[in-house]
Design a protein around this ligand. Structure first.
Ligand SMILES: [Zn+2]
Length: 481
């Protein structure tokens, strides 16, 4: 049975609520490029899927970059002369500019003002600001909050640390029959921001959970990483084996009510690009396909010319185009259960295409085989030539060993699921045979290295092995389970 078909047997509404609940659990955590926020986030995800956590020391060189210092924060506030907090990190973690260096001082409003950031056009929203690579400090607040500040002295406190430590990322590897991989990557470095960050994290987690323990054609690698530097870290550590990634998706901004946007890989016409475009055209929602550009999320790194991996980016609203982007308005109300579930459904459908997109050969290529004699000229829909028979005829005609099922779906104007089901039926009837492919070699059979968490489908856990994701090959690296 196809992944999509199985997914559709579940309750979309309930799945959406579960996804939203996970987002709500992760929402209060103050994440950053490094530090305990991302550790806690990964620990929570690890309770649901077999996740391995990797830590890379500050100062480690990664291509043209270096692992930054580790940032942690306990508290931050601006207090008036009466000691009352007028801006309080405990109320909202966006109030502190992410990666602010520690500060504890008294200063007049005039001196404080250059360190305050607001959005005048949305006076109730708090902006999200960072200063990762320049040591600085600042507070973000609503414009109305700032207007209410009276002249006078303020106590300013940011109780943070910025010191040598580690960059942490999480990796969930699900071994399939082939060593060739499908990469699903999402960033986990934003604090309380829902669409930009948590939507991708939750959909990726549930997708891994959905695949866990299945007999899969491809191996799957899910990366939960800090944006940019995390992808660079992973690619630097896995330079030799990154070529195993045959198809990949960066998931971000997949929870809002906007229609889908898919940004193509740098290759532009990779199988993943075609698979996503095909699936979105049948998703029942508005969808737009965008050409590749060298800005955006971590597809920039995967698609850098040295790697040029077939990795695209699936979004609903495009980052930077919705006013809530990088503000406190990108909150749990901004992401919707049904949209999260709809995005997960699209992912399941895309993986269905990748898993089943094979080439076949018509074993009866001289004129049409007599379908009626084999009881194949009848569809469940009625007496007319329905979509099912149409799909069988297309598959028989184009299965010359050259065309894959996605080619046939595109050319026939029929959904991939119909073409795939027709191919399965025709194989069972002896009319079609699978063409063997060079698929990157078989997965070595290994004992199960990681226990499948209870949330995975335990009855299928026997079928899959979870080899350790990447080799920890340097003294600067330590793997924490
Ligand atoms: Zn962002």
């Amino acid at each position: 049975m196809g992944l999509l078909k199985e997914f559709d047997q579940g309750q979309l509404t309930q799945t959406g609520q579960e996804l939203h609940r996970l987002a709500a659990d992760l929402y209060p955590i103050c994440r950053s490029l490094t530090g305990d926020g991302i550790r806690r986030t990964l620990t929570l995800i690890k309770s649901r899927i077999p996740l391995q956590m990797f830590e890379v020391s500050t100062g480690t060189a990664l291509f043209d970059w270096t692992v930054p210092k580790e940032w942690n924060i306990r508290d931050a506030y601006i207090a008036g002369a009466d000691g009352k907090r007028v801006v309080d990190f405990q109320q909202c973690n966006l109030h502190v500019m992410n990666y602010s260096v520690p500060v504890h001082a008294a200063m007049p409003l005039g001196e404080l003002r250059p360190h305050l950031f607001t959005i005048p056009e949305h006076p109730d929203w708090i902006p999200y600001r960072t200063s990762y690579y320049k040591e600085d400090w600042g507070f973000c607040l609503s414009h109305n909050q700032m207007l209410a500040l009276e002249d006078g002295d303020y106590e300013v406190c940011i109780d943070s640390t910025l010191e040598d430590g580690h960059l942490i990322y999480g990796e969930c590897y699900l071994g399939g029959r082939s060593l060739d991989e499908v990469l699903i990557s999402c960033h986990a470095c934003h604090p309380s921001l829902a669409n930009d960050n948590l939507s991708g994290l939750t959909v990726a987690t549930y997708l891994a959970q959905f695949l866990c323990g299945r007999d899969l054609r491809y191996s799957y690698r899910f990366l939960f990483i800090p944006g940019t530097i995390g992808a660079i870290t992973w690619l630097a550590r896995n330079r030799e084996t990154a070529g195993r990634i045959r198809h990949g998706l960066v998931l971000t901004c997949v929870g809002d009510e906007g229609g889908f946007h898919y940004k193509k890989s740098r290759r532009g016409n990779a199988e993943i690009d075609r698979a996503v475009a095909h699936v979105l055209s049948y998703s029942g929602e508005s969808a737009e396909i965008l050409e590749f550009s060298p800005y955006g999320y971590d597809e920039r790194q995967y698609c850098s010319p040295g790697f040029n991996l077939a990795v695209g980016c699936l979004m609903r609203s495009v980052w930077g185009t919705f006013p809530e982007y990088h503000t406190s308005a990108d909150n749990l109300d901004f992401i919707r259960p049904l949209q999260l579930a709809g995005s997960l459904r699209v992912c399941a459908a895309v993986l269905d295409v990748l898993e089943n997109n094979r080439r076949y050969r018509n074993l009866n290529p001289y004129c049409e085989p007599q379908l009626g004699r084999r009881n194949l000229y009848r569809s469940t829909g009625g007496e007319t030539i329905g979509a099912e028979i149409n799909a069988r005829l297309w598959v028989l005609n184009l299965s010359d060993g050259e065309h894959c099922l996605l080619d046939i779906a595109e050319r026939s104007g029929l959904p991939f699921s119909a073409i795939s089901e027709a191919a399965e039926l025709l194989c069972e009837s002896g009319l079609l045979a699978l063409v063997a492919e060079d698929d990157g070699g078989e997965q070595p059979r290994r004992p199960i290295a990681m226990k499948v968490p209870r949330t995975c489908h335990a009855e299928r856990s026997e079928a899959s092995a979870f080899p350790s994701p990447s080799k920890a090959d340097s003294s600067s690296l330590r793997s924490s389970e």
